[in-house]
Ligand binder design. Structure first.
Ligand SMILES: *[C@@H]1O[C@H](CO)[C@@H](O)[C@H](O)[C@H]1NC(C)=O
Ligand SMILES: *[C@@H]1O[C@H](CO)[C@@H](O)[C@H](O)[C@H]1NC(C)=O
Length: 515
C-alpha cells in the first residue's frame, strides 16, 4: 500500500516564548551530552568541532564536589553523590570550569550543567575527606560542613517508609520524601536548603552557563522547584540578551505507570521524555509488530508529551547501561547501524528539543540480562584521573571514548536539523512497512530503508531542482560530493534506491548539500 501526504503538517502547539523552554539563541541546534569529559577537553571541543558543526550546546557532567569511591573503582555514579557545592569534580577545577564556560560561550556553544540538588551522597558513603576537593563529610550523621548541611536539612522526619528508602513508587509521598536508593534526601522546603541550592545555581549562571539539566526531579516537589527556579538570576549579559532566563530541563522518568506525571513539571520548564527512546527503539527493532510506517503519527500522536515541553534522546547515560528507564529496547552505540538510523530520524523529525549522547566504552559483562560492569567510570589512569579525549586523523576519538557526536552521519544530521529548523514536516511517504521518507518544508528530505528488501521509489521531496549530495554516505566538500548524488527534478521529484545491505541504509539531503 503506497501512501503519500502532500500537505505539510504544521507543527502543533505554540510555545509561550518563555526562555525556560526555549533558549533565546536556540536555532534548532542539538545539545550533546559530553558524559564525563574533562572541562579542558570540552573547551577544546567547542572551539575545534562543536561550533563549526552547528551544535547548540553541551550538557556537562555534574560540576559540584562529589565522593570518591574506591569500591568499585571510581564508578561514573560517584558524581551523582555530592558532598558540597564547591566546583571541583572529576572533570576538573573551578578555574578549568570557568575557562571552559568562557571559551564555549565565545564561540556560541552553550553550557548546560547537570545539577544534583535532590540529595547528597548515600547514607552509607562513610565519613572523612574522600571527596574531590577533600571536603570533610560524615554521611551517617548527615553532616556536610562545607555547604553547610546538617541532619535538620534532610527529609527523614517526613519519610513514611519502613527502611527510609523509596519502597513504593505508587506512593507520591515516599517518592518525594524518602531516600532514592539510600541517597540522603534534602528538604527543599527549608529556607536554609533553598538558599544553598539557589546560591549554587546562581554561581553557575553568573559564570555563564545557559541553563540546567536538573537531576531526579520526580523526587522533588514541583512547588519547591518553582521557588528555586524563581530565584535564579538572568543569564550573564556578556553572552546573552539582557533579561534571558536559564533554560531548564528536568529529569522526570514517567513511562505512564506511576501516579507522578511529567505534566506536573511542564509549568516549570522542559522535561526529559523517556518514552521517546523506549518507543523509538522498539520501532527500529520491529518489536511488538511495529513498523517504521507507524511513525507517520510520531509525537503527541503516540502519547508523548507536548513537543514544546520535551527534551528528547535515543539513549542517555543511564539507560545505555541498563539504569533508569527504557529497558532492552534502548538503542546505543553498541548497535551502530540501527542507532545511526534512529538518531537520524530523531534529528530529522520536528518533535522536541534534541540531545545527542556521547559515550565511552566499557567492558560489558552481561549475566542473566544484567550488566555487571554497569558502574564502570570513564577512561582513566590507574590513579583514577580521567584520561583526555584524543582525536585521531579521521576525526574519531581514541582511548575508549566513543564520540557518537563525531560520527559523520550523526554530525551531518545535527547540521540538517539546524537547516530545517522551523519548517513543517512534509511529503511523508511509506511503503506500509519499514521504508519511510519525509521532508521539512523545502529545506531537507530523508529516506530510510529498514526493510529486508530494496527501496526503489520516486518521491516528492519538496526541494528545488538540482543535484544534491547525500550527507549520510558522504558529504559536500567544496563543490564535490564524496557520497551518493540525488537529482531533484523541476517538480521536486527524485528517484531513490537504497539497498538493505548498505552500510547505512538511509539518505539525507538538504538545502546546503546542493551541488
Ligand atoms: C561520623 O558519625 C558517626 C555516627 O554518628 C560517628 O560515630 C563518628 O564518630 C563520626 N565520625 C567522625 C570522624 O566524626
Ligand atoms: C515494502 O516493503 C516490504 C517489506 O520488505 C515489502 O514486502 C513490500 O513489498 C514493500 N511494499 C511496497 C508497496 O513496495
Amino acid at each position: 500500500m503506497k501512501t503519500r501526504t502532500k500537505w505539510c503538517l504544521l507543527a502543533l502547539g505554540f510555545g509561550l516564548g518563555l526562555s525556560q523552554y526555549h533558549s533565546h539563541t536556540h536555532h534548532g541546534g542539538s545539545i550533546v551530552h559530553l558524559f564525563e569529559w574533562r572541562w579542558s577537553d570540552i573547551a577544546d571541543e567547542c572551539e575545534r568541532y562543536l561550533a563549526p558543526s552547528g551544535f547548540h550546546g553541551v550538557q556537562i557532567s555534574p560540576p559540584s564536589e562529589h565522593i570518591v569511591v574506591s569500591k568499585p573503582h571510581r564508578p561514573w555514579w560517584e558524581r551523582y553523590q555530592p558532598v558540597s557545592y564547591n566546583l571541583c569534580s572529576r572533570s576538573g577545577t573551578e578555574h578549568e570550569l570557568r575557562d571552559m564556560i568562557r571559551r564555549c560561550n565565545d564561540v556560541g556553544v552553550k553550557i548546560y550543567a547537570d545539577v544534583v540538588i535532590n540529595h547528597m551522597c548515600m547514607a552509607d558513603a562513610g565519613e572523612g575527606s574522600r571527596s574531590t576537593c577533600g571536603s570533610y563529610f560524615n554521611a551517617s550523621r548527615e553532616e556536610f560542613p562545607s555547604v553547610p548541611y546538617s541532619a535538620a536539612d534532610f527529609n527523614d522526619d517526613k519519610c513514611t517508609s519502613g527502611s527510609g528508602n523509596i519502597e513504593n513508587y505508587q506512593d507520591i509521598y515516599q517518592v518525594r520524601n524518602c531516600r532514592l536508593l539510600g541517597l540522603l534526601d534534602l528538604a527543599q522546603d527549608k529556607e536554609h536548603v533553598r538558599g544553598k541550592i539557589v546560591d549554587y545555581l546562581n554561581t553557575l549562571v553568573d559564570m555563564g552557563v545557559a541553563g540546567f539539566r536538573v537531576d531526579a526531579c520526580k523526587h522533588m516537589w514541583p512547588a519547591d522547584l518553582k521557588v528555586l527556579y524563581g530565584r535564579l538570576h538572568n543569564l550573564n549579559p556578556k553572552w546573552f540578551p539582557k533579561g534571558s532566563s536559564p533554560l531548564i530541563y528536568q529529569e522526570v522518568i514517567d513511562l505512564g505507570d506511576e501516579p507522578i506525571k511529567a505534566g506536573e513539571y511542564y509549568p516549570l520548564g522542559r522535561v526529559t521524555e523517556f518514552k521517546y527512546g523506549a518507543m523509538l527503539g522498539s520501532v527500529f527493532r520491529k518489536w511488538n509488530g511495529y513498523k517504521l510506517s507507524d511513525l507517520r503519527s510520531w509525537g503527541e500522536g503516540w502519547g508523548l508529551m507536548p513537543s514544546d515541553k520535551a527534551l528528547v534522546f535515543v539513549d542517555n547515560h543511564d539507560n545505555q547501561r541498563g539504569h533508569g528507564a527504557g529497558g532492552a529496547s534502548i538503542l546505543t552505540f553498541w548497535e551502530p547501524r540501527l542507532y545511526k538510523m534512529a538518531v537520524a530520524f530523531m534529528l530529522a523529525h520536528p518533535y522536541g528539543m534534541t540531545r545527542v549522547m556521547s559515550s565511552y566504552r566499557w567492558d560489558r559483562h552481561i549475566v542473566k540480562g544484567k550488566d555487571e560492569n554497569d558502574w564502570v567510570g570513564p577512561p582513566s589512569y590507574p590513579d583514577g584521573t580521567t584520561k583526555p579525549v584524543p582525536i585521531g586523523p579521521d576525526g574519531g576519538c581514541g582511548d575508549g571514548w566513543v564520540c557518537e557526536h563525531r560520527w559523520p552521519q550523526i554530525r551531518n544530521m545535527v547540521t540538517f536539523r539546524v537547516i530545517v529548523n522551523g519548517q513543517p514536516l512534509c511529503n511523508w511517504w511509506d511503503n506500509g512497512s519499514n521504508q519511510i521518507a519525509f521532508g521539512r518544508g523545502d529545506r531537507g528530505f530523508i529516506v530510510i530503508n529498514n526493510d529486508e528488501c530494496f527501496l526503489d521509489a520516486t518521491l516528492n521531496t519538496g526541494l528545488t531542482a538540482g543535484t544534491y549530495c547525500d550527507v549520510i554516505s558522504g558529504q559536500k566538500t567544496g563543490d564535490r560530493c564524496t557520497g551518493k548524488q540525488v537529482t531533484v527534478d523541476s517538480r521536486g521529484r527524485a528517484h531513490f534506491r537504497i539497498s538493505n545491505m548498505d552500510q547505512d541504509p538511509f539518505i539525507a539531503i538538504h538545502r546546503d548539500s546542493k551541488l
